[in-house]
Design a protein around this ligand. Structure first.
Ligand SMILES: O=C(O)c1ccccc1NCC(=O)[C@H](O)[C@H](O)COP(=O)(O)O
Length: 258
């Protein structure tokens, strides 16, 4: 049994309850003037997706007591281009409420980072103010991924489609993903290796695909590696959640494209 299969079992239980209890909310949903795809493609500096990550299966507690409003304010002030909110509770100690308060704080694009297996989770992400949802290629068969991908776009959400190997990358391309996240973390072993992005990015010979390097990015040198690999955005969690000087940390990561 892998971590991913464990979490998917938990998600099935969560979705069952959601289906019984969730009623559409009328929270604020900000329609961005430009999509995250468009903004990131036009930017002259590396795009930082700064994550609200209280805890994780690989690291345990990271910053459980974080105030998501203050963290998001600082992310926005110091140059983050989007905010990712980990909304899973059992494994990451986040919540959909974290997403709602972040939405009420910043106008940046917000990524709902969860393990999505059903449309109802996408509806809830939108209700609470997300602009982008995560779909994980390793979590679902291709046909189901495509259905959820199409559903998200049909309700005006963008999709960050996450891959970790060549097979998943080809599936993402076949589905028509425009934003592909290459996760440096193996969800089965938790090993983090930036060469995953470096190798997979070489296989994407298309300049209309927005590549995001995910996980294990600690400093400017790592961002430079990601930039050389061809990514236009990086998703950074732990480094920012542990930072004691977000102004300096974000400045360090935000490099100019050559
Ligand atoms: O972070 C984990 O331990 C983890 C384990 C299993 C599935 C997902 C996991 N993390 C979610 C993420 O994708 C990361 O939070 C994100 O890429 C940022 O990573 P990092 O900068 O290394 O915190």
């Amino acid at each position: 049994m892998t971590f991913l299969s464990n979490i998917l079992i938990e998600k099935e239980k969560e979705v069952k309850i959601l289906k019984e209890q969730y009623q559409q909310q009328n929270y604020r949903n900000i329609k961005q003037e430009k999509s995250m795809y468009q903004t990131f493609m036009e930017s002259s500096t590396m795009n930082i997706i700064a994550e609200i990550k209280r805890a994780s299966p690989s690291k345990g507690e990271i910053n459980v007591e974080v105030n998501p409003v203050e963290q998001a304010e600082q992310y926005a002030t110091y140059g983050a281009n989007a905010i990712s909110v980990l909304t899973d509770t059992p494994f990451f100690k986040g919540s959909i409420e974290d997403l709602r308060v972040v939405r009420n704080t910043v106008d940046l694009p917000i990524l709902c980072k969860d393990f999505i297996i059903e449309e109802i989770q996408i509806n809830r992400a939108k209700d609470y103010g997300a602009n982008v949802v995560l779909l994980i290629a390793a979590a679902l068969p291709k046909q189901r991924l495509k259905e959820l991908f199409d559903y998200a776009y049909s309700i005006d959400l963008e999709v960050l489609l996450e891959v970790h190997n060549e097979t998943e990358l080809m599936i993402a391309l076949e589905i028509g993903a425009k934003i592909i996240g290459i996760n440096n973390r193996d969800l089965k072993t938790f090993t983090v290796d930036l060469s995953v992005t470096q190798e997979l990015a070489k296989l994407v010979n298309r300049n209309d695909i927005l590549l995001i390097g995910e996980s294990g990015i600690r400093n400017r040198e790592d961002v430079e590696k990601m930039m050389e690999a061809g990514v236009r955005g990086v998703l950074v969690g732990e480094t920012l959640m542990r930072s004691e000087n977000l102004k300096e940390t974000l400045k360090d990561l935000k490099i100019e494209f050559k």
